[in-house]
Every structure is written in C-alpha cells, then in structure tokens.
Design a protein around this ligand. Structure first.
Ligand code: CMC
Length: 363
C-alpha cells in the first residue's frame, strides 16, 4: 500500500545526501568519487565529526587517539566465552558493544569506533581456533584491522582497498540503520545505545546482510555461461537478486563503482581473484538484462553490496563476517547522525495511520 507516507522527511542533516535520480552521494559537501580518491578512513571521520564533537586538531591526531582506544578496547576480548562465540560474528560484536558504557561525548564516540574494529578480527580468529592479535596503535585504522585479522602487517594494496571500502560506506543519508540510530539518540539514550540499535537494523538481508548471499549466488552460478539460466530460475521462484535494487537509487548506486574501482586496483596487485571478478561482471550484465525484461517499470540496478562481497572476499574476510565489516565502516555515520540528532534535542515520534477496526458503539 502506498499511503503517501514513504516520502515524509524524518530529519534534516548536514552529513550526507543521496540523490537517487542522479546516482550521486555527497558527504559533507564532498562527492563520493572525490572522497574515495583522496581520503582515508581517518579523514572521513574527521570530516563527519567536525562541529559535532569537541575539535580534534587533524586526521593524524584523530588517528593517534583512535589507536589508543583500540588498545583499551582490546581488554574486553578476554570476556568472550564459548556461548557468545557460537553466535554469528555480528551478534558477538553487538553483545560485546552492549557491555560498554553509554555516553554522548567524544570519548564514547572514539570507543565505539574502535570497538567493532577490534572485536570483529578477534572473534574471527577465536572462531578459527586462533589467538586474538592485539592492536598496533601506530598503524592506520584500516591497516590495523587487517593486521589483527591476519597476524601480519598487511600490504599497501590491501590497506588501500579496505580504506576505500570504509570511506565509501561511511555514511548514506537516512538509511534504516542510521534512522534507528537517530531515533534512539532523539530520546537522549546515549551513543552506545544508538549504535546497538543501528547494528540490529543493519544485520537484515535487505540492508547490510546482503553481501554474504551475493557470494553464495556467484558460487551457485559457477561460470559466466550459466548466469542467465540461473538468474531466470531464481526470479521464477520469486527470489530477489542480492546486490540489485535500492529504495532511493533509480540508477546505478555510485558506491558500486567506487568499490569496483578499488577491487580492480587490488586485483592488479594480487591477481588471485581475477576469475571471480570476470564471473561477477558477467553475472552483473546478465542480471541487469533479466531484471529489465522482468521489471520494465522498476529501474533495478546494481547496489553497493554486489562489489562489497567481492572486495571483502578478496581481503580474506569470511562471508559470515561481511555484515560486521559493514558495521565497522558505518559506525562513524551512525555516531555523527546520533550526535547531530541529540544536539538538535527533538524527539523523533512519527505517527502511524490506524487502519484497524473502530470500537463498537454501545447499543
Ligand atoms: N531482485 C528482483 N526483484 C527486485 C529486487 C531484486 N533485487 N529488488 C526489487 N525488486 C522488485 C520487487 O520484487 C518489486 O516487484 P513487484 O512490484 O513486481 O512486486 C519491485 O522491484 C519493487 O520492489 P520494492 O520491494 O518496492 O523495492 P524496495 O525499494 O522496497 O526495495 C531493496 C529495496 C534493497 C530492499 C530491494 O531492492 C532488495 O530486496 N534488494 C535485494 C537485497 C539487497 O541487495 N539489499 C542491499 C541494499 S543496498 C544496501 C543498503 O544501502 O542498505
């Protein structure tokens, strides 16, 4: 049912703008393509936090403070027990974050940026029966995540690829998880509560849970000449093609090309994943053609999750960890939005349209 409520404006923001008709993403006045070309994770956090929290001198100072927070947060890894470890990685991460103190200040924000970045690699290592690796505060955030995951200093190409990913997904208007974060912030509950709500909204397959199933789809298709038959069969069975379609974009999601570019650079340095990219490109072309035929009235194009899956796979994250990596990158957006909302000080309280039965009149 379209009751006209879909387009209601729920918040004003200075943080990011998604232009769905033009396929453009602007983050604090900078277009995504420019940001990915020039910024590292630390720069985008400095950009998004500016004016919302007490000032930090520059991205380098910010990086030092974040490195210290990673070290502090690592102490919590000891509390992971066997029951917790049996849960999916993003759920373990959420449970560990739930133990952190709530607050509305920069110190809490830094802790919440460090937490998922430290917890996810530790959880993945513990699940593989390996010892967690302590953070190295002098490394950049992206480099340290890979070092904690792989137990060695990562190469420059891998760090650049993860940085490009973290920058690309840092913020994206009022998506479902960011909205959840703002709703909680509007009650003045605190940043930790906002991030927990946001992770819960993110993990579903219609939002941040899609990239794992994208890889499952590519595995099931197997070879480029199998793509069209497989995709037609999936649609015949009423399935959605993961990594395609978007609520706001009516054209190609600009984040898809930012990540495809990062992936191609990574593969140029590490050719091991070339076959998978060729398969992905063939599947993308087939899917676009099949969707055009099946849904001529609904422009459905590739979204961010399609190339996310390939990039994170090439960086050796297991597919059940993809949503957790998304959370690592998106936390800065959740925090900036939560803080913007709490500074505005107004409770978000939308009204519903009641369509249920009315009370019977007494005879
Ligand atoms: N495959 C096949 N059909 C689709 C797809 C798809 N991926 N996406 C939408 N449709 C069809 C849908 O079945 C419907 O057809 P009909 O009108 O005949 O019933 C029509 O397009 C409109 O669908 P909708 O549900 O109104 O579209 P939406 O704006 O609510 O959905 C979406 C957006 C992302 C949930 C949806 O496109 C989808 O499920 N995509 C697959 C999952 C996915 O890739 N999710 C990641 C989203 S991007 C990450 C992020 O920013 O959060």
């Amino acid at each position: 049912m379209n009751n006209g409520l879909e387009d209601v404006v729920a918040a004003e923001t200075q943080l990011s703008h998604v232009n769905g008709e033009a396929g453009q993403l602007i983050i604090r006045g900078v277009s995504l393509d420019r940001l990915v070309a020039h910024a590292r994770y630390e720069d985008v956090v400095t950009l998004l936090f500016s004016g919302l929290f007490e000032p930090i001198a520059d991205a380098a100072e910010f990086g030092r403070r974040l490195g210290q927070k990673r070290v502090e947060i690592f102490a919590h890894v000891e509390t992971i027990d066997r029951d917790l470890l049996a849960l999916p990685p993003v759920d373990v991460m959420r449970a560990l974050i739930a133990r952190l103190a709530d607050g509305d200040d920069l110190d809490t924000a830094l802790m919440l940026l460090a937490a998922p970045a430290v917890f996810l690699p530790a959880v993945l290592r513990l699940k593989r029966g390996e010892t967690p690796v302590a953070p190295t505060p002098a490394l950049s955030h992206a480099a340290d995540i890979l070092a904690m995951l792989g137990a060695r200093v990562p190469n420059d190409a891998a760090v650049a690829a993860l940085d490009a990913y973290l920058v690309t997904i840092s913020d994206h208007g009022l998506n479902a998880s960011t909205f959840a974060s703002r709703v909680v912030a509007s009650t003045k509950a605190g940043l930790t509560s906002s991030v927990l709500a946001a992770i819960s909204a993110l993990k579903g397959p219609l939002h941040g849970g899609a990239p794992g199933p994208v890889l499952d789809m590519l595995d099931a298709i197997g070879t480029p000449d199998n793509a069209q038959d497989w995709l037609v069969r999936a649609l015949d069975q009423g399935e959605r093609l993961m990594g395609f379609g978007h609520r706001v974009y009516r054209v190609r999601d600009p984040r898809a090309d930012a990540l495809k570019g990062a992936l191609k650079q990574l593969v140029a340095a590490e050719p091991a994943n070339r076959d998978r990219i060729e398969l992905a490109e063939a599947v993308e072309q087939s899917a676009l053609a099949v969707l055009r035929l099946r849904k001529p009235d609904r422009p459905l194009d590739v979204n961010v999750e399609f190339y996310t899956a390939l990039l994170l796979d090439a960086l050796k994250f297991p597919r059940d960890a993809f949503t957790g990596v998304f959370a690592i990158g998106r936390t800065v957006g959740w925090l900036a939005h939560a803080r913007e909302q709490s500074l505005e000080g107004r409770l978000i309280r939308p009204r519903s349209v009641y369509v249920g039965p009315l009370p019977q009149q007494a005879a």
